[in-house]
Write a protein that binds this ligand. Structure first.
Ligand SMILES: [Zn+2]
Length: 329
């Protein structure tokens, strides 16, 4: 449906509650040639009611939505797709790497669990903490969705129904992550790639056999590359997946890159005096939260170890199936 000229280009921010530590998630409703919703919130009653109410205040029914574009596959961004599928015949667009996650593909999630069990053991996580892995899977199944993409978006694609916007692949926080960029005014819809008030985690993910992967993706290295790529665009403002819109993006990216390097150097100073497992380092970095937030804190630690190894500043020795990190010298 073509909307009247004055409504074109309007972007509405919808703030949707989540049960997660990150707090509310931002969806964006764009009145382009197609009425487009960016991301969909978690699968909870509160989130659904909040979405319906905020749409209503704009004079919009959920069934009016022509398309939903996913920035990435995380449960706080996709769960309400199941509800929207019931009430609307929208098209779902996103990077093909969303598919294994959003379809609750059993083989993929079995592989996911096996992968993390093996990885965590090799990183020195004690057996008593490994039940965090099936719990995470249960959480994803509860708050995420079970659906499929209708159209795949990749690097450089124009966005159907949104003239002037194009797709930039920004993997790292999630490997499925894309951002949308409008060259005319430098506006970016950034999902969780760039958030103002918190640094985005580069989460550890399993290789996706459905995408032909064999090796574990090095999430933090990917994330840093995606940040550096964004430095090559004129970005006036980022509409982020959480919190306020972000200005001063180029300075913020410099700060983020610098903080990562500082954290890596701190870890390097530790492993230069004694060999440590990733779990040992995780406990020292996050003594208060590692038990409750094992996946997040281990991702953060492993990512920075990957960075040190990549820079030739750390090396790994395996002993009885466990990796020990040492300084390079
Ligand atoms: Zn996310």
């Amino acid at each position: 449906m073509a909307l009247s000229q004055q409504r074109v280009k309007e972007i509405h921010k919808l703030v949707i509650p989540t049960p997660f530590m990150v707090g509310p998630v931002n969806l964006y409703l764009i009145e382009g040639d197609a009425l487009t919703l960016i991301d969909a919130g978690p699968k909870t009653d509160e989130a659904r009611e909040s979405l319906i109410q905020q749409l209503k205040e704009l004079g919009i029914q959920p069934s009016d939505i022509d398309q939903v574009i996913l920035t990435h596959h995380h449960m706080d961004h996709v769960g309400l797709l199941d509800y929207l599928r019931e009430v609307s015949s929208f098209k779902l667009l996103g990077h093909p790497r969303n598919q294994s996650w959003i379809s609750q593909d059993k083989a993929f999630y079995d592989h996911h669990e096996q992968f993390f069990m093996g990885l965590y053991r090799s990183l020195g996580v004690p057996e008593k903490y490994l039940d965090a892995i099936p719990r995470l899977k249960q959480q994803i199944f509860r708050y995420s969705c079970s659906t499929s993409l209708d159209l795949e978006l990749r690097e450089g694609d124009t966005v159907p129904g949104l003239p002037g916007w194009r797709v930039i692949e920004t993997p790292g926080h999630a490997r499925s992550h894309i951002s949308l960029y409008r060259e005319t005014d430098g506006l970016m819809i950034g999902g969780d790639h760039i958030i103002g008030h918190i640094s985005s985690n580069a989460l550890t993910e399993p290789p996706d056999p459905n995408m032909g992967d064999v090796e574990r993706p090095l999430s933090l290295l990917m994330y840093r590359e995606s940040l550096k790529r964004c430095q090559t665009f004129e970005i006036s403002k980022v509409l982020a997946g959480h919190g306020e819109e972000v200005t001063g993006v180029h300075d913020l990216i410099e700060t983020r890159l610098q903080k990562q390097m500082e954290r890596a150097q701190l870890m390097k100073s530790w492993i230069e005096s004694e060999s440590m497992t990733c779990f040992d380092i995780c406990c020292r970095l996050f003594p208060k939260v590692y038990q409750q937030q094992l996946a997040l804190t281990m991702s953060e630690t492993l990512g920075h170890l990957d960075l040190l190894v990549d820079m030739g500043e750390a090396r790994i020795e395996e002993k009885d199936g466990v990796y020990y990190y040492h300084g390079a010298k």
